[in-house]
Design a protein around this ligand. Structure first.
Ligand SMILES: [Zn+2]
Ligand SMILES: [Zn+2]
Ligand SMILES: [Zn+2]
Length: 310
């Protein structure tokens, strides 16, 4: 489907179409989760929220705008991969392309595990080398992330994260719909979960090999330059091998399971926490100006959160 689209429309239109589809996917996936857990929080869900506070609408606006920036960079490589099919450079194919179903399944695992290792290594570089931290630190402005932070990255950073979408079809024959579906739903979907800012009961933070939303929240809250911590995406394995994992005894562990077992996260605490009014996010004027318009003047102005990226 995508290979045919690129053949008919050329590179730039393909790039724009992929970017537009990505934005749509993000608004739906991240938006629904945000609506449920941030705009309409409940006590039970807050008990599983990693950072007990809610970010200001201004901060969420900044996240979403940075996400749009990330989309443009992230869709460049896949559009180029599709474009190169015609010239014979790319080994991308549509349908089965003369390959077996077993090969399709094999390539899924190569994409999944290979990309996970690559994303971990590249992300780790962003926390171990000053030059790469300069590219990556924009993502760490969001120390209390929402589902809009998934690809809230600067251009170079997001471009390099999406390189497998070009490199894989240059290196091996691959069904492009499978590659895009794996990245769009599996990786983006998992990224939404990682930036959820809340924990599920399963898998919980102490799962032996799955990197959960807790680990990625710890990453946002604690990982800095020269302090890599849980730079992995799906598998914990890479960080376990590199020794860059968060470990704390049950008496001090920050995860929801341990916090609740210690009797923390009480109703009184929840009631005392400010719940920002996110309605300005529904108004175009707020997106353009960054200021609540006159209709919001009865609302307290959302305070910008301090920039802890540096
Ligand atoms: Zn990072
Ligand atoms: Zn993140
Ligand atoms: Zn714990």
């Amino acid at each position: 489907m995508l290979v045919e689209l690129a053949a008919q429309t050329g590179f730039f239109i393909t790039w724009i179409i992929i970017a537009a589809l990505a934005v749509l996917l993000m608004i739906i996936m991240s938006g629904l989760l945000f609506w449920r857990d941030y705009a309409n929080p409940t006590f039970e869900r807050w008990q599983r929220k990693n950072d007990p506070t809610y970010p200001s609408p201004l901060m969420v606006r900044r996240e979403a705008l940075q996400m749009l920036k990330g989309v443009l960079s992230a869709s460049f490589c896949p559009a180029l991969a599709l474009y190169l099919v015609e010239s014979g450079w790319s080994k991308a194919y549509a349908g089965l392309g003369g390959h077996s179903v077993a090969y399709l399944i094999f390539t899924f695992f190569v994409i999944w595990i290979g990309s996970d290792l690559y994303e971990w290594a590249y992300h780790r570089l962003g926390h171990t080398a000053k030059f790469w931290w300069q590219q990556h630190k924009g993502h760490h402005v969001f120390f209390n992330p929402t589902p809009f932070a998934v690809i809230a990255d600067d251009h170079a950073d997001q471009f390099l994260r999406s390189v497998p979408l070009l490199a894989i079809p240059l290196l091996m024959p691959v069904n492009m719909d499978l590659l895009f579906l794996t990245y769009g739903t599996f990786f983006y979907g998992y990224g939404v979960y990682l930036h959820w800012g809340h924990e599920a009961t399963y898998p919980d933070a102490h799962h032996p090999w799955i990197n959960t939303s807790f680990q990625h929240w710890v990453h946002h809250a604690k990982s800095r330059l020269y302090k890599p911590m849980h730079t992995g995406f799906f598998f914990k394995l890479w960080d376990q091998l590199a020794g860059s994992v968060y470990e704390a005894p049950p008496e001090t562990c920050l995860c929801a399971r341990c916090s609740l077992a210690r009797g923390e996260r009480t109703r009184a605490e929840f009631d005392a926490i400010p719940k920002p009014d996110y309605r300005p996010l529904l108004r175009p004027s707020f997106w353009l100006s960054g200021h609540p318009d006159s209709k919001d003047s009865h609302l307290p102005a959302p305070a910008a959160q301090p920039d802890r990226a540096a």
